[in-house]
Design a protein around this ligand. Structure first.
Ligand SMILES: [Zn+2]
Length: 40
């Protein structure tokens, strides 16, 4: 779970991938609302 902290990508996208929704994560792209998205 440490990738959640140290990863660079969107947190929501990472969680989707972690829970097995890889295709959904790719389709959606960045959520635009988490702190990672807002900082970019
Ligand atoms: Zn995001």
């Amino acid at each position: 779970m440490h990738q959640y902290v140290h990863g660079r990508g969107c947190r929501w996208q990472f969680l989707l991938t972690e829970f097995g929704f890889r295709s959904e994560a790719k389709q959606q792209g960045k959520c635009g609302h988490c702190d990672r998205c807002l900082k970019q």
